[in-house]
Design a protein around this ligand. Structure first.
Ligand SMILES: Cc1ncc(COP(=O)(O)O)c(C=O)c1O
Length: 359
């Protein structure tokens, strides 16, 4: 046996996160915004000239101020991360980790489990399955059984697309004040609802947001977390200094000012989502789940790998999520540009030809 460093026992068998980066003309697999948003549209040549790289960046004071005003919270309640993934990891580093437990309601965003495990936490998966109906009774029963240090709610939930009701999050947060309750709101703009007011009434609730979805800036890598000031100071204690860079802060401030674009994207996503849902509803071999996000989950009757490959043969890359707990037989399509969605809809006939009966 050759001698070389080995990872922790609990990380053995861990493989890299894969996002199915296959070549395809139409890529509607990663819940990104399909229309290009150029950095040059946000910063002028003069502004770039003034942006100096030799010093470490500030802590995003201008952006922090703007977000605090918009969300009616204090500046010390806001934390930034290199994507909301980084803030999720910090959550597990600070509040979970070795000897502590994280509760997740499945199927949900697969990085929740990966990051919790990376931090050394014990992860308990409560399988809700489909339809993804996280009720207060269900959540309470799981909380009583598991007594986790951290529990996550994702709303709208990836990959199912539906929301989790305020009373569920509030009910759990009130009854278990020593559990950190994280609400992942990556897709919240599309649904038009938020649980952020709970941060004021329940200090154990934290909310994460991202610039990667409705703000169409996934490449910026900017996530935001809103917490009670005392909880926020715990996050600050584990955060790396300068993990968000000066270019990101400068562009993000402009992206934030561009609210009209967010409204336009949300309206567009809703209309296009309904168009895709209507097309899926004509396919007898498909069961689509109602979504309030910029993607739709659907279940097929055949092995998902075969269906996924047939979409790819039509030039359309979607996401096979059948391996996610509670998601057997399912694929997820992101709402793309109108032209991309046309391609997806046109592919349905050839992909499902002869499978089930067209309704
Ligand atoms: C539910 C959910 N949370 C967080 C993220 C990660 O976002 P970010 O780009 O801010 O790291 C994603 C990305 O797909 C997501 O689906």
């Amino acid at each position: 046996m050759s001698r070389f460093p080995k990872p922790r026992e609990d990380l053995q068998g861990f493989a890299a996160y894969r996002t199915q980066q296959m070549a395809a003309e139409v890529k509607i697999h990663a819940n990104e915004w399909g229309e290009p948003t150029s950095a040059a549209g946000y910063l002028s040549a003069d502004e770039l000239e003034a942006l100096l790289l030799n010093r470490y960046p500030d802590d995003g004071a201008a952006l922090r101020g703007a977000l605090a005003r918009r969300w009616d919270v204090t500046e010390d309640q806001i934390l930034f991360g290199n994507g909301s993934n980084e803030l999720l990891l910090d959550t597990f580093l600070a509040f979970a980790g070795h000897g502590r437990t994280v509760l997740l309601f499945e199927p949900t965003y697969s990085m929740h489990e990966r990051l919790a495990r990376t931090a050394g936490s014990t992860v308990v998966l409560e399988e809700i399955g489909l339809p993804y109906d996280v009720t207060l009774a269900r959540a309470t029963a799981a909380m009583e059984r598991v007594k986790p240090h951290v529990v996550l709610f994702c709303t709208p939930n990836n990959p199912t697309g539906n929301t989790v009701a305020r009373e569920v999050v509030a009910g759990v947060a009130s009854r278990w004040p020593e559990t950190l309750v994280l609400v992942d709101e990556a897709y919240t703009e599309f649904a038009g609802t938020t649980h952020m007011p709970l941060v004021k009434t329940h200090p154990n609730v934290v909310v994460t947001r991202t610039f990667s979805k409705a703000r169409a800036a996934a490449a910026l890598r900017l996530g935001v977390l809103v917490a009670d000031p005392a909880i926020a100071s715990i996050y600050r204690a584990v955060a790396r200094p300068y993990s968000v860079n000066a270019l990101t802060f400068a562009v993000a401030l402009r992206v934030l000012e561009d609210e009209a674009q967010v409204e336009r994207r949300v309206a567009r996503a809703r209309a296009e989502r309904e168009r895709i849902a209507a097309a899926l509803a004509t396919q007898g071999a498909v069961q689509a789940f109602p979504s309030e996000a910029n993607f739709i989950l659907f279940r097929v009757k055949e092995p998902t790998a075969a269906v996924h490959a047939r979409f790819l043969a039509q030039g359309v890359l979607i996401r096979d999520v059948s391996g996610w707990p509670g998601c057997a037989g399912c694929l997820r399509v992101t709402v793309g540009t109108r032209a991309e969605n046309d391609r997806f809809i046109a592919a349905l006939g050839p992909v499902f030809k002869g499978v089930g009966v067209t309704k």
